[in-house]
Design a protein around this ligand. Structure first.
Ligand code: C2E
Ligand code: MG
Ligand code: MG
Length: 586
């Protein structure tokens, strides 16, 4: 290629200028006033490679067009200098494609002026900054991408989530925000080692990437946790199809370190709109749903239900109302007598809570207790019940009626560490040995070890324990052996239908027999009529509680009822028809 000799451009002799231009690593180009290249040093040709042949005689637009998007040529510094701009911004030229190994040049230009200050052309320099650009890109990747899998990381995922929410709002379709956790990943790490674990994560990432559409996002948030954004969904059904595809793809076997490895995924999904528009909350909801999917047995997905969430919020307001009601003394206990019908005497009272609501009137426990059974307030309520029941017991004792009082204890209160301490301090008080604690059979089965040792410990200290609603919790004989409760209370559903339903009669008979075999007392609850009473007496169940004997009584009606109590003569049945059973020993 011909070289020009711009020895007249600067005050150096042409040989020196020539050797400088030939040896420096920077590309140097000289342009005439029309913008035509009149000189390019060898470094320029090396920088431009195949694209630079031949280059002298070409217009600067050709150089600009090598990479600058068309229409942006005006920003090319040579053109700007020739147009009179004294020091334009340098331009960044990308030579070649990324696939063939792109090179990056930074091009700067300055005007050439004569003694009168007139522009006679331009000189430009080009520096190869490929290494710099690559370093910068690498840094950017590290900030936004997970180094192990190459997927977007948490930072980029947050950005994408914001964009996806904005896009979904504009276009009115659905967006699924999903959290995905691998099932069984820890075992792979533990058994095959960390490099195998890493390989598995890379393979999972590749499968996720291949399964989703280009516009969707799969990101790795850390460990074996991934997040997905699936957009432009018309229906929830469409979302389910995609998620099922992801589950199938990830569930197929992997070949890792020569071994066939099986892992699955649990996915939590929340759909926008429908759920909140707050990105953090969406992720929390997806996380809750994922937890559910894990609990339900893994290798599945669960979709967050915002109505359940709003119900939980409604519960929170109920919790506050109940706390207020406690402060305002709106709760009261009614007492239902337990009567030994064979002996014809009252043997105890069960305390049953009621909420004397200022607007809604008397509310039964079934209306509010189930809604707060997992909240701390049920423990506060339970503390109040225990205290109130013991005070009532003392008042009755003062009036000459020394009766066992039963209180119902919620599972949450029973399984608290402080419960034992609470009972311990109660025992320091007079009369606490006449206390009976009713535990739902189902609550006892929740943690049979803790409940079992609690019962054994406090029984020795004089507190009695009853398994409430017995028969509904599938207690096995083994359980019963470990739960040394004094009393089994036959659930009222069996008592209600025992006269018509042979199955229920068999259960009642069975519980009475079981109580006999394990030397426990037995109480029938929900006894409503004389026929039931007589049948229970025949079966050997003497102690009963139910509307047939007395409804639960408000405190002021309790003493008059006890004073007026007389055994019903119809309770008497000839001794020959008695079956072997147990009687309550109070
Ligand atoms: P539970 O302990 O099994 O109490 C017996 C329930 O049956 C009471 O309902 C009682 O009023 C009702 N009942 C008694 N006799 C009859 C009858 O002949 N027929 C019918 N149909 N029902 C009868 P209540 O008072 O509505 O209490 C429901 C449940 O709420 C109780 O069942 C108990 O599990 C729970 N509960 C009540 N008070 C408390 C409390 O202070 N703390 C806790 N944790 N739970 C309580
Ligand atoms: Mg009870
Ligand atoms: Mg019951």
């Amino acid at each position: 290629m011909a070289e020009s000799h711009p020895s007249d451009l600067i005050g150096l002799d042409s040989n020196r200028v020539r050797s400088i231009l030939l040896t420096i690593e920077e590309g140097i180009q000289v342009w005439d006033t029309d913008g035509v290249l009149v000189y390019a040093n060898p470094a320029t040709l090396a920088q431009l490679g195949d694209d630079g042949v031949p280059c002298v005689g070409r217009h600067w637009r050709w150089l600009a067009s090598l990479s600058m998007p068309s229409g942006n040529d005006d920003r090319f510094p040579v053109g700007q200098v020739l147009a009179g701009a004294p020091s334009p911004e340098p331009a960044l030229l990308q030579i070649g494609t990324e696939a063939s190994g792109a090179r990056w040049l930074r091009v700067n230009a300055h005007p050439l002026v004569d003694a009168r200050g007139c522009i006679t052309g331009a000189v430009s320099s080009s520096v190869d900054i490929t290494q710099l650009v690559e370093q910068e890109q690498c840094l950017k990747r590290q900030v936004h991408f997970d180094t192990l899998t190459g997927l977007p990381n948490r930072t980029l995922f947050s950005d994408r989530l914001d964009q996806a929410l904005a896009h979904t709002r504009r276009h009115g379709q659905n967006l699924a925000v999903c959290l995905l956790d691998l099932d069984g990943f820890k075992a792979v790490n533990d058994i095959l080692g960390h490099p195998a674990g890493d390989q598995l994560l890379r393979e999972v990432a590749a499968r996720l990437h291949d399964t989703l559409r280009g516009d969707d996002t799969a990101a790795r948030l850390g460990g074996d946790e991934f997040a997905l954004l699936i957009g432009d969904l018309k229906t929830a059904g469409q979302c389910e199809q995609v998620i099922k595809r992801v589950l199938d793809t990830l569930g197929a076997p992997y070949l890792i370190a020569g071994a066939e490895v099986h892992v699955t995924a649990s996915i939590g999904v929340t759909l926008f709109p429908g759920d909140t528009m707050d990105p953090d909350q969406l992720l929390r909801h997806a996380d809750q749903a994922m937890y559910k999917a894990k609990q339900a047995g893994k290798n599945r997905f669960s979709i967050f239900d915002p109505t359940l969430e709003s119900r939980a919020r409604a519960n929170q307001s109920l919790v506050r109302k109940i706390e207020q009601a406690l402060e305002r003394h709106e709760f009261t206990l009614h007492y239902q007598p337990k009567v030994d019908c064979r002996a014809g005497r009252v043997v105890g009272l069960e305390a049953l809570i009621r909420w004397n609501h200022p607007v809604l009137g008397l509310r039964m426990p079934g209306e509010f207790l189930p809604l707060i059974e997992h909240e701390d307030v049920i423990v506060h309520l339970g503390d109040w019940v225990m205290e109130e029941a013991l005070q009532q017991q003392q008042r009755l004792r003062d009036a000459g009626h020394d009766l066992v009082i039963s209180v119902n204890i919620a599972a949450r209160q029973l399984l608290r560490r402080q419960f034992a301490e609470q009972l311990e301090s109660l025992l320091q008080r007079d009369g606490a040995d006449r206390l009976e604690i009713e535990i739902l059979e189902t609550a006892a089965l929740e943690d049979i070890g803790t409940v079992g040792s609690l019962i054994t410990h406090f029984q020795q200290r004089g507190i009695r324990f009853a398994l409430d609603d017995f028969g509904t919790g599938y207690s096995s004989l083994v359980h019963l052996k470990r739960l040394a409760a004094n009393v089994l209370k036959i659930d009222q559903t069996f008592v209600r239908d025992m006269l018509d339903d042979p199955g229920d009669l068999a259960i009642v008979q069975g519980v009475v027999g079981l109580a006999g075999a394990f030397r426990r007392d037995v109480v029938a609850e929900g006894v409503e009529d004389m026929e039931q009473i007589r049948r229970l007496l025949e079966l050997g169940c003497d102690v009963m509680q139910g509307y047939g004997i007395s409804r639960p009584l408000a405190p002021e009606r309790l003493l008059p009822w006890l004073e007026a109590f007389r055994p019903d003569p119809q309770w008497h049945i000839p001794p020959t028809t008695w079956a072997a059973g147990t009687s309550l020993r109070h």
